[in-house]
Design a protein around this ligand. Structure first.
Ligand code: NDP
Length: 443
């Protein structure tokens, strides 16, 4: 067995029970194996062993009081994975399913995604098993203050700059930032995804969704196609899903599905996004409420199974939401392209089915990199004490997404796998990170 396969097996052996992390290591490194084997320096400098082991991981207790005055205890993590290219950068996820495996998979993905942006940012991720659903604003604030009371000692603008992810939006970032400032007595760009009322970047909240659509449009264009007139399935109804839907609609396509963790809606005539924004963003309610506004739409009280006919699928909820049967549904119903908005939403088996059936497939580390790219712009806005306009950041985002597509497309051609964006993205990102690691010596 060659070095790369052996090293990957060793990672799995040394991290028992971390199934999501294993999946992400296999998904990222398997396409790079021939490249790694063709260059002995990777083995000599133990690059796989080093890149798969976080620089450090912190686990901590978060005690907070609920509205009844009861003390609650949650767990928090911050994994600082790799800073060869810049300060650790990656979001915080608040969701009851969060554990070290999920944080490590997200942190590992983040190293490579951040490398693809071409910007000076390393990879990290954090979060908690706290569930923000059904909590009052006061409870959320109490939790966030306690979370930051530990996290502040591990982060700084040139060290580690967290952002949002599932369950962490503008409200949570505001409370976290307030507590950081209270403890450190400095107003500095230590978090991104901040509100526009205090140092946020115009266009950051839209960036992951808009970036996904800019990337997908480039991919479609290179195959003589576009969004115009297409039927699109989107999962999720959070930050990424909403702004993906907004841009898809602007590109002349029809979005017919969205979902949350309780169920999904199907609106044959096209989802009215203003209603979704009101339900999810303003009222923080469940998605079935859509039917109160649009009684002809349908609601399914079940897991979204991608069974509605479409040409384009954009998963924007969570990891492993498209399995083998879902991929078969997409193939059967005429899907031509799938671009990942969520992180690792497609299982390895499902990716195989899509590839076998020549469906264009955009991996998350390329297609959803717009969020972190804009976060890096927010960091530079904060450090230069300037104010960007929405137009400035949106134009820059378009260029970055186009650049990522071109880079990974060229790399796929260079390695004789034209149009295989999984190979293109992983080799391209691996090269950038490993070259920086090699230059910086062994540590
Ligand atoms: P939000 O919390 O804003 O929205 C998440 C959406 O997905 C909600 O509709 C949520 O439903 C649904 N969801 C979450 N968990 C599950 C589950 N286990 N099963 C079914 N549905 C679920 O998060 P974001 O939109 O920010 O993130 C979505 C995805 O995009 C994640 O994979 C994230 O890592 C990725 N991402 C986000 C970026 C960002 O800038 N925000 C950047 C790059 C990637 P409910 O409300 O019921 O929980």
């Amino acid at each position: 067995m060659g070095y790369a396969k052996r090293a990957i097996e060793e990672v799995i052996f040394r991290t028992p029970g971390e199934s999501e992390f294993h999946q992400s290591v296999i998904e990222t490194l398997t396409p790079v194996i021939p490249f790694i084997e063709s260059n002995k320096i990777y083995e000599e400098l133990a690059i796989i062993e080093r890149i798969t082991e976080p620089d450090r991981q912190v686990k901590f207790r978060i005690a907070w009081r609920n509205d009844e005055g009861k003390i609650k205890v949650n767990r928090g993590w911050r994994v600082q994975f790799n800073n060869a290219l810049g300060p650790y950068k990656g979001g915080l996820r608040f969701h009851p399913s969060v554990n070290i495996s999920i944080i490590k998979f997200l942190g590992f993905e983040q190293i490579f995604k951040n490398a693809l942006t071409g910007l000076p940012i390393g990879g990290g991720k954090g979060g908690s098993d706290f569930d923000p659903k059904d909590k009052s604003d006061f409870e959320i604030m109490s939790f966030c203050q306690s979370f930051m009371t530990e996290l502040f000692r591990h982060i700084a603008p040139e060290t580690d700059v967290p952002a949002g992810d599932i369950g962490v939006g503008k409200r949570e970032i505001g409370f976290l930032y307030g507590q950081y400032k209270r403890i450190k007595n400095v107003h500095e760009g230590v978090l991104t995804g901040k509100g526009l009322d205090f140092d946020g970047l115009p266009g950051r909240k839209e960036a992951t969704g808009y970036g996904l659509v800019y990337f997908t449009e480039e991919m479609l264009k290179s195959h003589g196609n576009s969004f115009e007139g297409k039927t699109v399935l989107i999962s999720g109804a959070g930050n990424v899903a909403i702004y993906t839907a907004e841009k898809v609609i602007e590109h002349g396509a029809k979005v017919v599905t969205m979902s949350d963790s309780n169920g999904w809606i199907y609106d044959e005539v096209g989802i009215d996004l203003n209603i979704i924004k009101e339900i999810k963003d303003i009222k923080h309610e469940r998605i079935y409420k859509y039917l109160e506004y649009k009684p002809k739409a349908k609601y399914f009280d079940s897991r979204f199974d991608w069974s509605v006919p479409c040409q384009i699928a954009l998963p924007c909820a969570t990891q492993n939401e498209i399995g083998l049967d879902d991929a078969k549904n997409l193939v059967k119903n005429g899907c031509i392209a799938l671009a990942e908005g969520a992180n690792m939403p497609t299982t390895l088996e499902a990716i195989e089915i899509l590839k076998e059936n020549k469906i264009l497939f955009a991996p998350a580390k390329a297609s959803n990199a717009g969020g972190v790219a804009s976060s890096a712009l927010e960091m530079s806005q904060n450090s230069s004490k300037t104010r960007w306009s929405f137009n400035d950041s949106n134009e820059k985002l378009k260029l970055i997404m186009k650049g990522i597509f071109e880079k990974i497309s060229e790399t796929s051609q260079e390695f004789g796998k034209s149009g295989d964006y999984v190979i293109g993205a992983n080799i391209c990102a691996f090269k950038r990170v490993s070259e920086a690691m090699i230059s910086q010596g062994v540590y």
